[in-house]
Design a protein around this ligand. Structure first.
Ligand code: ATP
Ligand code: MG
Length: 446
C-alpha cells in the first residue's frame, strides 16, 4: 500500500514515462486534498478535446494503480479549470521536481503551510524570536533585547504572539500597567468589523525604559475574559460582502501595520510560538520578518525539528527567500565546558543548514580564493566568478553560526522577570545577551 510520502515520487515516475504527452498541456496541477487524495486539474481546453482528455484520464489511471488509497474514482479524478491561478486558488503551489509546468498544490486543514514567504518589510525591522522547542529562553532574551534597545534610545514595539501560551507582556509590564485588550481581542473583533473598539486599549508602555520607549502589545488584556473561546476563533479568515477573503495571517499583518503607524517604532520584536505551529508559521513566514532568530539547545530533538522545517523550505523551492533572514541563537549556554558545547552546537547546526538551505557547491576556502558578499550572497572567484550560497563552518557571518545567550543563575527559575529587569544593569545584560543584542542592532536603520 502506498503511503503519503510515496505519492509524489510515484507521480513523478508516472509522468516521466509520458513526458511527450504532457507537452501538449499548458499546465497540469497535482492536487492533494485535505485527506491526502490526489486529482489532476487540467486546462479547460483539454476537456473539450476528446483525444487529449482521454489520454490524460488514461494517464491518471496508471497513476491510480500506483497510489491506490490516495487516488479518486475514475469519473471524478480529473477536474478542469480556466487557468492555473484559479486551479491553485487557496493553496500554495510548487513545481513538481523535474518538470517546468506541472504544479503540486496541497490543501491543508490549517493555513500555516510555511512556504508562502512574505517579502522583507521595508519599514522598521521586524525580528521574530522562534524556536522548535519551548522553554529555551526566547521570551527572556526578547525582553532583555527590548530593555537594551530602549536604553539606547530606540522605540521598541513588542508583540506577544505566543497566543496559546501567553506571558511575555507580564515580563515587561507590572500588573497595574497591563492594557485592557490584547491581540486575540483584536482578531476576534475584526471579524465583525469592530476592531477599532479595542485598538486604542491594547498598547501599554513599559516602565523599564528610560531613554527610549517599549510599547507592549499582549496576547490578552488585563482581564483575559473568555480567552479560550476567543483563541478558537482567531484563525478565521475574514470574508467581505463582495466575497473576497482575507486570511487570518493577512489580518495579523494589517494589525501590525496599524500598530506601527501608532507607535512609530525603530524596531518590532515578535515573540513567536515554538514549534511547527500555525501561529509560528504566520510569524516566521507571513509578517515580512527581516530577521528570524532560531533558538536552539544542543540536543537531537531540536535539530531533527529544524531539519524537517528547512527540508520543507528546500522542497518548496523557497529556501532562497528565507535563508538570508535566519540566524541561529545558541540558547542558555552552560557555565561549564562552554567552548566544547558551543563547538558541538555549531557543528550540528552547520550540518543541518548545509544539507538543506545552503547551495550544493563547495564552501569558499578563505585561504585560496577571494570571496566577498554581495547583497547578502556569498560570491567567490576561482578564475571565474562563482555565485552561490554556502559558507565555511567557521564563518561568523553565516546563518548557522550562533549568536550566544549565556545561562545565568540570576535568570534561572525567576519568579518575576519584570522585577529582575527592573534592577538589571548594562554590564549584566551585555554579559548574558550581548552577542544577540549586537546582532539585532546590526539590522536597525540609523
Ligand atoms: N539566560 C538564561 N539563564 C538562565 N535561565 C534562563 C535564561 N533565560 C531564561 N531562563 C529561564 O528559563 C525559563 C524559560 O525561559 P523563557 O520563558 O524565556 O523561555 P521561552 O523559550 O520563552 O519558553 P516558552 O516556550 O515557554 O515560551 C524561565 O524560567 C527563565 O527564567
Ligand atoms: Mg516564551
Amino acid at each position: 500500500m502506498t503511503i503519503f510520502d510515496q505519492i509524489l515520487p510515484a507521480v513523478a515516475e508516472v509522468l516521466e514515462a509520458q513526458r511527450r504527452q504532457l507537452t501538449q498541456l499548458d499546465w497540469l496541477v497535482i492536487n492533494r486534498d485535505l485527506n491526502g487524495r490526489v486529482r489532476f486539474i487540467a486546462p479547460e481546453n483539454v476537456e473539450t478535446d476528446d483525444v487529449l482528455r482521454e489520454s490524460l484520464q488514461a494517464l491518471y489511471q496508471v497513476l491510480a494503480g500506483r497510489i491506490c488509497p490516495h487516488a479518486y474514482e475514475a469519473e471524478v479524478s480529473v477536474l478542469y479549470d480556466v487557468d492555473l491561478e484559479t486551479a491553485c486558488a487557496g493553496g500554495a503551489r510548487r513545481l513538481l521536481q523535474g518538470f517546468d509546468h506541472v504544479w503540486v498544490v496541497d490543501r491543508l486543514a490549517t493555513e500555516g503551510n510555511w512556504t508562502q514567504i512574505a517579502p522583507e518589510t521595508v519599514g522598521a525591522p521586524r525580528v521574530v524570536f522562534f524556536s522548535i522547542k519551548g522553554g529555551v529562553g526566547r521570551s527572556t532574551a526578547l525582553a532583555a533585547c527590548a530593555w537594551k534597545l530602549a536604553q539606547l534610545g530606540k522605540r521598541v514595539l513588542v508583540l506577544d504572539l505566543d497566543l496559546e501560551s501567553p506571558g511575555l507582556s507580564s515580563s515587561l509590564l507590572p500588573a497595574g500597567r497591563q492594557p485592557m485588550y490584547g491581540i486575540t481581542d483584536w482578531l476576534v473583533e475584526d471579524l465583525v468589523d469592530n476592531a477599532d473598539s479595542v485598538l486604542d486599549g491594547m498598547v501599554a508602555t513599559s516602565d523599564l525604559s528610560r531613554d527610549g520607549q517599549i510599547y507592549v502589545v499582549p496576547a490578552h488584556g488585563a482581564e483575559p475574559g473568555e480567552y479560550v473561546l476567543k483563541l478558537g476563533r482567531i484563525w478565521m479568515p475574514k470574508v467581505s460582502d463582495d466575497g473576497s477573503r482575507e486570511t487570518w495571517s493577512a489580518r495579523l499583518q494589517r494589525l501590525l501595520q496599524m500598530l506601527e503607524v501608532r507607535t512609530q517604532p525603530d524596531v518590532v520584536l515578535i515573540d513567536s510560538r515554538a514549534g511547527i505551529d500555525e501561529v509560528a508559521s504566520a510569524c516566521v513566514t507571513d509578517l515580512g520578518a527581516n530577521l528570524v532568530l532560531l533558538f536552539a539547545f544542543e540536543g537531537s530533538q531540536t535539530w531533527t525539528g529544524y531539519r524537517i522545517l528547512f527540508e520543507h523550505w528546500r522542497q518548496g523551492g523557497v529556501a532562497p527567500q528565507i535563508r538570508e533572514r535566519l540566524r541561529h541563537v545558541a540558547a542558555m549556554i552552560p557555565e561549564v565546558d562552554r567552548i566544547a558545547y558551543l563547538a558541538g552546537l555549531r557543528e550540528r547546526a552547520y550540518r543541518v543548514f548545509s544539507d538543506t538551505l545552503y547551495d550544493d557547491i563547495p564552501p569558499p576556502d578563505p585561504g585560496t580564493i577571494s570571496y566577498e558578499r554581495v547583497g547578502g550572497h556569498a560570491v567567490w572567484r576561482v578564475g571565474e566568478v562563482v555565485e552561490g550560497w554556502n559558507f565555511d563552518e567557521a564563518d561568523e557571518g553565516a546563518p548557522h553560526y550562533p549568536w550566544v545567550v549565556h545561562w545565568h543563575r540570576s535568570f534561572a527559575g525567576l519568579q518575576s522577570l519584570q522585577g529582575r529587569l527592573a534592577v538589571i544593569d548594562d554590564a549584566e545584560v551585555n554579559s548574558i545577551f550581548g552577542p544577540l543584542i549586537d546582532g539585532v542592532r546590526g539590522i536597525l536603520h540609523d
